[in-house]
Design a protein around this ligand. Structure first.
Ligand code: ATP
Ligand code: MG
Length: 399
């Protein structure tokens, strides 16, 4: 008996003429994630990708990998049969043993997209349900709230029987919407923001600012761990590590303390602009949420945005901390994010930051020192790494 996995489209199913492009990207992403899980044959039909192992493969592992790939609406592990009901019954009923042996209730849901199949949907459901009850007499049928739903789909190429259907990651395939640059701190919010933009089909790369010796090697390693943890969702992540010490010291020595945080954020954005120019990112992304801290008031956001030459996406802007934490736990970044190391944002923080900065005043204060040469230098000294889906990391030359 042959087993395979059906990955059913989420939003892609709603696409029109350009659907094929999205499918191509999704298949490419799937192949990449399954590279070390065995050999597979892929077939696309009826808004579904059929992933069939050629030889040995651990389908539990495959399901776990597929579960976090954006663009997949649902996953179903199934046995494949000829479109012959006697065969489906004879081999399919024993196949369901693992799923049904400890269950109390079940129902059968049949779908018949091949209208040439001689039985009607209700008949398939009744007859297959009857055969299951006979083989597993401890079971009861519950059509409203069954513990196990057995699906039997009669499709173009065969009959597919399954007792394992899970919800997929949803969203759009990563790479189908362009590229963005995530301002990644070691905190809770920005990894979640990156995850959310990847869900909308964006390639997410990261930029992080470090200020040694004020920030430690451990603090950087924590952010690198966050990149690693994001790759199952985001795919490969290019990571730019920007040396920010000299800029912060110049800022401390030359600008009014109360404006420190806002100007620092503007300088971060200015550096991100330049990276976006060189690497063709279409947007910047931050983990800001309105009202969370002094730099996240409307006035402060206005001042930061004024330095941006690209749209700035803030996917967690309207979320409570509690909601953001919920996602960070789900994607397993929470434990890392809450390690207690310092961030460059927390060095030289003013005692009384301006919560309602006026843009003209900020720009005037910023112009009292020429940051441009330091910005150029920082960009030249950026260290770049690639975090790969396969779990490997490599250093990339900064050109
Ligand atoms: P987070 O939990 O993401 O750290 P936060 O609530 O601590 O956010 P801030 O420290 O004000 O908020 O940072 C706001 C946003 O600025 C972050 O979400 C991130 O996008 C960006 N940011 C902060 N520090 C850095 C850094 N060192 N490198 C890159 N981006 C940063
Ligand atoms: Mg932070």
């Amino acid at each position: 008996m042959k087993e395979l996995i059906m990955a059913k489209y989420g939003e892609i199913a709603l696409k029109g003429l350009n659907k094929g492009t999205f499918e191509d990207i999704l298949v490419k992403n799937i192949k990449r994630r399954l590279r070390h899980c065995g050999k597979f044959q892929y077939m696309r039909k009826q808004s579904t990708i059929y992933i069939e192992p050629v030889g040995e493969a651990d389908l539990d592992e495959v399901m776990a990998k597929l579960k976090v790939i954006f663009g997949i609406g649902a996953l179903q592990r199934c046995a494949v049969f000829e479109k012959d009901f006697e065969q489906i019954k004879a081999q399919g009923v024993p196949y369901l043993e693992e799923a049904l042996q400890f269950a109390n209730t079940f129902k059968v849901e049949a779908k018949r997209s091949d209208k040439a199949f001689p039985m009607k949907t209700p008949d398939i459901q009744m007859e297959l349900g009857g055969a299951i009850l006979e083989a597993y007499p401890h079971l009861k049928v519950d059509v409203h709230n069954p513990e196990v739903t057995v699906t039997c789909e009669i499709r173009d190429k065969g009959a597919y029987l399954s007792a394992e259907r899970i919800i997929g990651a949803g969203g759009m395939p990563v790479g189908s919407s362009g590229k963005c640059l995530l301002l990644l701190s070691g905190g809770i919010d920005s990894p979640v923001a990156g995850y959310m933009m990847a869900k909308r089909g964006l390639i997410v790369d990261g930029i992080h600012f470090v200020s040694p010796p004020y920030t430690s090697e451990r603090a950087l390693m924590k952010v690198e761990t966050l990149c690693e943890k994001l790759t199952p969702y985001c795919g490969d992540i290019r990571f730019f590590c920007v040396p920010f010490t000299e800029i912060q010291e110049a800022l401390r020595d030359n600008c009014p303390e109360e404006f420190f945080t806002i100007i620092m954020r503007r300088l971060m954005v200015k550096i991100a602009n330049k990276i976006a120019d060189s690497y063709e990112y279409g947007a910047l992304v931050t983990g800001e949420s309105v009202g969370q801290v002094a730099s996240q008031t409307l006035k402060a956001i206005q001042c930061t945005d004024a330095a941006a030459e690209y749209p700035v996406f803030r996917p967690v802007i309207g979320m409570d901390k509690k909601e953001i934490i919920e996602i960070s736990r789900k994607i397993d970044t929470f434990e890392t994010s809450t390690l207690p190391y310092e961030d460059c944002c927390t060095v030289f923080t003013p005692k009384h930051p301006k919560t309602k900065p006026v843009l003209e005043e900020i720009i005037k204060a910023e112009q009292s020192y020429d940051f441009e040469p330091l910005i150029e230098k920082a960009i030249k000294d950026i260290e770049i790494k690639m975090f790969r889906v396969e779990g490997t990391t490599e250093t990339v030359e900064n050109s």
